[in-house]
Design a protein around this ligand. Structure first.
Ligand code: APR
Length: 312
């Protein structure tokens, strides 16, 4: 088979949006898998019926079986439970821990050589869990975080300064969530740091909006959470791998001493190519920035410890 094979586990809003974006690029065959009967089949058929209009030839199958996912090159995991009313964050963590453990085992047994991109939240903890469960090396299991967070910040900066989003580069590291670490000094517009372009209060406002970016969308939608920007971010990561682009993108990555952090997963810039993470880029950070990053890694480690307790 010449075309690469991508499997997407979870045919919800994010999973289906990822499939749509990727199938239209026409360089990989795609399998959409979910436990709900008919859901992946229906979404796959609907997307496939757009092929004659959009002119793509990729194969797309919706299924309830892991058999169809066999020998995938890349597997995107979006399966999970949303936060139900009255559910605590820890309860959500333990519910998704069960799902991700089971899903990872199935993925690995059918695609032992794949690269896994974790999307399910809390993504840093779920990435750690998937590395542990799969026993894959860390270059083959990483998560969506910084690409989405920096896209959100970039779009806010561009709107504030009335410049093209193309000229903006935003630096967001750390946990995907409330402990995200934004580095304004390294966030630029055509090479000029935003600290030289915007007053401190404005930067702080944009930072706060980025940190609660997911929540802002949830509050507006009332049911469900963001999927357009998350799926665009996943597609960028997948494309860097499938086309061996060696693109530097911030991803939720297991650290083994980089940035002075061990045994935790946080967002840092990495070079993505056909082997997955091909290099971890260590930015030069100030002492203060390093400390904030260490606190962020500690917050993820706490989630990992809760999971360890939950699995007893
Ligand atoms: N195996 C396969 N699919 C599963 C499993 C499982 N064990 N458990 C749940 N699913 C499926 C559900 O049936 C559902 O179709 O996962 C899908 C999740 O879809 P949505 O509820 O629509 O969630 P979505 O908005 O797509 O978000 C998925 O991505 O961005 C993150 O925070 C978000 O963790 C969430 C994930």
């Amino acid at each position: 088979m010449l075309r690469k094979k991508i499997s997407v586990i979870g045919a919800g809003s994010v999973g289906a949006a990822c499939v749509r974006r990727l199938v239209e690029r026409d360089y990989a065959d795609i399998i959409l898998m979910d436990i709900i009967q008919g859901l992946p089949q229906g979404k796959a058929l609907d997307i496939l019926e757009s092929a004659p209009i959009l002119n793509f030839n990729s194969h797309l199958i919706g299924t309830n079986s892991y058999q169809e996912t066999a020998n995938s090159d890349v597997v995107i995991i979006t399966s999970g439970s949303g936060r139900k009313p009255g559910m605590t964050r820890d309860e959500l963590l333990l519910a998704n821990m069960k799902i991700i453990t089971e899903v990872t085992r199935n993925v690995v047994s059918h695609s032992p050589n794949c690269i896994i991109i974790m999307v399910t939240n809390p993504v840093d903890a779920m990435t750690h869990l998937a590395i542990h469960t799969s026993q894959f090396s860390r270059n083959r299991v990483f998560g969506l975080s910084g690409v989405l967070d920096s896209a959100r910040l970039s779009s806010f900066i561009a709107a504030e300064l009335k410049v093209s989003v193309k000229d903006v580069s935003a630096c967001v590291l750390g946990q995907h969530g409330s402990n995200m670490v934004i580095i304004p000094r390294l966030s630029t517009v055509s090479g000029v740091p935003i600290t030289k372009l915007l007053p401190r209060e404005t930067i702080e406002r944009l930072e706060a909006r980025t940190i609660s970016g997911g929540e802002e969308i949830v509050n507006l939608l009332k049911t469900g959470s963001a999927f357009y920007a998350p799926s665009a971010a996943v597609a960028q990561m997948v494309e860097a791998i499938i086309l061996d682009k060696k693109e530097v993108l911030p991803c939720a990555t297991y650290l083994e001493g980089e940035y002075g952090i061990k045994d935790s997963v946080i967002g840092v810039p990495v070079k993505l190519g056909r082997s997955g993470i091909e290099e971890i880029i260590e930015l030069e950070l100030t002492m203060e920035e390093k400390q904030v990053l260490a606190t962020s890694a500690e917050a993820v480690r706490e989630l990992i410890n809760i999971m360890k307790g939950g699995s007893k």
